[in-house]
Ligand binder design. Structure first.
Ligand code: FAD
Length: 284
């Protein structure tokens, strides 16, 4: 099923995410985690794409496994470190497996400073996917601005370019303060971007995640969130419980305020996904 049709039903949707293994040895545990999450029957499940594309086969294979559970898969695809040939090879593979949804991304710039080869921006990839078949296309968006952007207004111009290139929905980078999302939604609609916006929620279940997250994306951490990490960061079980509760609280507030699309960065953790699902059992 196409995600745009799932979203068009206008009901709250909960989706989860898994990331593929880096090596074949790790394939089985990741596949098992994906199956456990699929059993929760989310609206869809996304499978990320390794930055260099070296693990693209795992993304497609895991997406296919998810489909086997009757859950709609969303395969991520990045382009900046790829070639046109590789991109089309992956698209052909997705088509042959009946995977209809692609999250089209640029990917992070190579750390070695090598300049992009055939693609510079996600909008180029979106145009190409659009011409390559009947895919439902999603893209990334950044309520706090992308780290490389000069400012949020410029970032929004480029988001509009991605939507005009043919994307059907956008998923946000994680955020920990819902008011950031609400003001972003206001600005996005004012800009004439009307596609559904899916809110990306990260349940932070261990203190180490925090420095990685903020280092990568510059995400704002509200005082309420910092207090939780300060108080429970040294106690893994308590941190996990508090992180799940914080994420649940964010989700309930979003749904109460009319944000129907909720995507949980569940990071191959079926227990975390299950607890969030359970916390929302009467709400969804
Ligand atoms: P773009 O939309 O191309 O934007 C990149 C930068 O270029 C932005 O600063 C933008 O403002 C600017 N820009 C865009 N168009 C133009 C233009 N025409 N001229 C000048 N500047 C322009 N990474 C992975 O490796 N694998 C994944 O599976 C993955 N999944 C993700 C899922 C989500 C929901 C999100 C939010 C991010 C994900 N990422 C993933 C990370 C993502 O690849 C990085 O954030 C990357 O740096 C930007 O990708 P993008 O598609 O947003 O790029």
């Amino acid at each position: 099923m196409k995600i745009r049709d799932i979203l068009a039903a206008g009901k709250p949707t909960l989706s989860f995410e898994v990331f593929p293994p880096k090596t074949v040895d790790a394939y089985e545990p990741v596949e098992r985690a994906a199956c456990e999450i699929a059993k929760l029957k989310p609206a869809f499940m996304s499978v990320t794409y390794g930055a260099g594309g070296g693990t693209s086969r795992y993304t497609v294979d895991i997406a296919d496994t998810i489909k086997g559970y009757g859950v709609t898969p969303l395969a991520h695809l990045t382009c900046v470190s790829s070639t046109r040939e590789k991109v089309h090879q992956v698209l052909d593979e997705l088509k042959s497996r009946g995977i209809e949804n692609v999250l089209a991304l640029r990917g992070d710039l190579p750390a070695d400073g090598e300049t992009p080869r055939e693609y510079r921006y996600a909008s180029q990839l979106i145009r190409e996917i659009k011409e390559s078949g009947d895919f439902c296309i999603g893209a990334a968006c950044y309520p706090e601005g992308h780290v490389e952007s000069a400012n949020k207004s410029v970032d929004m111009d480029y988001l509009k370019e991605k939507v005009e290139a043919g994307c059907d929905f956008v998923t946000t980078q994680m955020f920990f303060d819902n008011s950031i999302l609400y003001s972003y939604l206001y600005r996005i609609r004012e800009k004439g971007i009307t596609v559904p916006v899916i809110a990306g929620i990260m349940p932070v279940t261990n203190a180490k995640q925090i420095s990685r997250i903020t280092g990568m994306s510059g995400t704002y951490l509200p005082a309420r969130f910092k207090a939780i990490v300060d108080r429970f960061g040294d106690n893994p079980a308590a941190m996990k419980q508090a992180g799940i509760a914080y994420a649940t609280d964010q989700i309930i507030d979003l749904i109460a305020n009319g944000v129907n699309g909720i995507h949980v960065y569940s990071m191959n953790k079926p227990d975390v996904a299950a607890r969030i699902r359970e916390n929302l059992s009467e709400i969804l």
